[in-house]
Design a protein around this ligand. Structure first.
Ligand code: DC
Length: 218
């Protein structure tokens, strides 16, 4: 079974995809984490963000693996480091490099070939798994997505300025939707769910209903 989930930052994709993976007993792949790991590598190696060919070479040579939903870069667990504000700021630059997308998409397609999986990201319904059994596009207005991120960060003990947070998310939305390769778009055959006003359980339930309905029709 292949499930593809796309949508902008803060729509609830990864939280819900993880829950669905548990309920359906399939693997979960957080493709955003892969772009974040490539960005973290670029920052650690102090490669200039303008130096695309050095970035491509570094990423070509690195190992990115997942073990129990933790991400490993060249054997080191970098699950925390990839969520830093520095990575947040630079990830759009790395993820718009076409050769980087080719490397990531190839890895993701290989994983999709091997096992039943739910993957979330920006180009999963369109480029990585255009033949997925189920496609979802999760969305919510920017105010709600910013509010969720604010609460998440607060729970981790970091207080950020709400307007700045909203500005960062708006910038990422723009960059994700307007890049030339693999932009975030709503696939024609995706089930679009506006998650505002819905709890995580309610969204999960809606997605499961769509899956069960289709399974029953087969
Ligand atoms: O899902 P996330 O916020 O962790 O993703 C981090 C960044 O990676 C996001 O700004 C866009 C990029 N990304 C992408 O370009 N393609 C994907 N399939 C997943 C994420």
């Amino acid at each position: 079974m292949k499930i593809a989930v796309d949508g902008p930052a803060g729509a609830g994709k990864s939280t819900i995809s993880k829950i669905l993976a548990g309920k359906l007993k399939i693997n979960y792949l957080d493709t955003g984490a892969m772009y974040r790991a490539a960005t973290y590598l670029t920052l650690v190696k102090k490669i200039a963000l303008e130096d695309s060919s050095a970035i491509i070479n570094a990423v070509k040579d690195c190992d990115i693996d997942f073990i129990d939903n933790e991400i490993f870069l060249n054997g080191n667990n970098v699950s925390e480091q990839i969520r830093s504000p520095e990575v947040n700021k630079a990830v759009a630059v790395i993820s718009r490099i076409p050769e980087i997308r080719d490397i990531m998409v190839a890895k993701q397609k290989k994983i999709a070939e091997k096992s039943s999986v739910i993957m979330d990201g920006r180009d999963i319904t369109t480029i990585v798994m255009p033949d997925a059994d189920y496609k979802f596009y999760l969305d919510a207005p920017i105010d709600i997505r910013a509010e969720r991120r604010f609460e998440e960060l607060k729970a981790k003990g970091s207080l950020v300025d709400m307007e700045e947070l909203k500005g960062d998310i708006a910038k990422r939305d723009f960059e994700d939707k307007n890049r030339e390769t693999g932009p975030l778009v709503v696939a024609g055959d995706a089930n679009v769910i506006d998650t505002s006003g819905l709890s995580i359980d309610e969204v999960t339930e809606r997605m499961l209903n769509i899956i069960v309905k289709k399974v029953n029709r087969l």
